[in-house]
Design a protein around this ligand. Structure first.
Ligand SMILES: [Zn+2]
Length: 260
């Protein structure tokens, strides 16, 4: 790796951390229907408005030892975590796709998924204001991503929305209960728009696997065999679709290689 490449990775990571800082604002303000532009960042406890020099992603948290400068209320560790995750994905998309429009497209897609996942973890909802416009925006995928066709994208939306809808209806008739939320259906339609019907198939399979493993782990860790334990499914769908973007083809080839 040459020096210039290391320099670009560093710059891309700093850019990613700054985007992550904005994603934190989105995660807290979008579900509350508050503006994501104004006002600037402030402490939710003492309303101290955070000056720009104390609003540096990741670093500020370390410098302030995780406490508000004014009232010393602990700041959630989630802020630097979201910034770090976003920085890492910025670097990862650059390493895989280079400095291209495609890299920017996937980074935007992953950023929306980060916001959706954390909102789903907090509130068990996926705001329509993210998923529905997302279906249209990420349907631009065939214009940007070489391996995607318009047919792939449209089938992805139909398959993504349709398959989970079928699961939800079936579940409702068997359990008389809403197991799968409508938010998950719109999210998978958005994912389908970006990565196509094959990506949706991979995402359903992989997210179920991730969800089952995590569910089993939580059951063992908490010693509670509560099948109705409400675990938001959005983060698993998001994680599976991101795995598809980076490693989907390799995993599929490996999988069918074993079968043949
Ligand atoms: Zn404060």
């Amino acid at each position: 790796m040459v020096i210039s490449e290391i320099f670009i990775i560093a710059a891309v990571s700093v850019f990613g951390a700054s985007v992550g800082s904005f994603l934190n604002v989105c995660i807290y303000r979008i579900p509350a229907s508050k503006s994501i532009a104004l006002p600037g960042s402030f402490c939710p406890v003492c309303k101290y408005s955070i000056p720009f020099y104390l609003n540096i992603p990741i670093l500020s948290y370390i410098i302030l030892l995780g406490k508000c400068k004014s009232c010393h209320t602990p700041i959630s560790i989630r802020y630097p975590i979201v910034e770090t995750i976003t920085a890492m994905f910025a670097a990862a998309t650059f390493l895989k796709f280079g400095l291209t429009v495609e890299a920017l497209f996937w980074f935007a897609f992953i950023s929306v998924l980060i916001v959706i996942s954390f909102i789903d973890i907090d509130l068990q909802i996926i705001p329509d204001i993210l998923s529905i416009p997302g279906i249209f925006i990420f349907a631009l995928s065939p214009l940007i991503v070489e391996s995607m066709s318009l047919k792939d994208s449209l089938l992805g939306i139909l398959f993504g929305g349709g398959s989970l809808y079928l699961v939800a209806v079936t579940y409702y008739f068997i359990r008389k209960d809403e197991g799968m939320g409508g938010g998950d259906i719109k999210l998978l339609a958005m994912i389908g728009a970006a990565i196509g019907w094959k990506g949706v198939a991979f995402t359903i399979f992989c997210s179920s696997l991730l969800g089952t493993l995590a569910g089993a782990f939580i059951m063992v860790a908490t010693k509670k065999a509560d099948a109705k334990l409400r675990i938001p499914f959005g983060p698993y769908l998001a994680a599976a679709s991101v795995i598809y973007i980076f490693k989907g083809e390799a995993i599929i080839n490996w999988y069918f290689g074993i079968l043949s």
